[in-house]
Ligand binder design. Sequence first.
Ligand code: PAF
Length: 279
Amino acid sequence: MEKKATIRSTREWLASKSRADRRVGLVPTMGALHEGHRALIRACRQKSDVAVVSIFVNPAQFGPSEDYARYPSTLEKDLELCRAEGVDLVFAPEAQEMYPKGFTTKVRVEGLSEKLCGAFRPGHFDGVATVVLKLFEIVSPDLALFGEKDFQQFVILQRMVKDLNLQVALEAIETVREKDGLALSSRNAYLIPRERQLAAGIFLGLQAGRVCFERGTKDPDVLVAIVRKALLESGIETLDYVTLIEPETLETPNQAYPGCRMMVAARVGRARLIDNVRL
Ligand code: PAF
């Protein structure tokens, strides 16, 4: 496995490996890799000839009062995981390499980026879209894989790829969960044991909504109220949002239908956790 820290050496290495008949797959990450990332890497390995993982804690997607400075970093362990999963190349640049002095460009996917998490994290998705477009330009992947846990991020990136005619296929991989349902996230590392127990309530709340839908409830307000109640009862008190959305527009549908998603963002201790389920 190769590890590169510069854009130039990454491009040179890829140019020497990739040919027209070889598919390059990319898993963009911010490191602190867990089993959810492993599932993305395995899918990438299966579907591509050259598997690339980027590890970069992207300052542009953190607000001034957010957790950029304390975001978990486990580079040696991450490299071990990548090696064990047969990754060909890890691209792990410093911030200066990605955002040299004078950098001012931003990519904004208007309309989708201000909703849901965007309303609580202004500029967050501009930072995500900008860095992902840069990664696509650096790696030129045929395929890029993302986790369904970050569903809004995936919808925004799909829009960006479509609008800018980018030649990359995006694929979302199902959320990997702990035994009690908690979605794996690098930010789970912030939870102390009592909070970790509480955090499992997020998935239980979402499940309560799904069960009601399956039993015939279609009214989005009623379904959201059910999820909110279940979350509060399980001790999750600080909610940024609970919303039912249709997957392309992120707008609330008039009626719930199979394929729409129940989305939650909650604060548990120092962690802001997001999750969603498909109805
Ligand atoms: O989902 C993430 O880990 C990040 O938002 C991403 C896509 C790697 C961009 O920094």
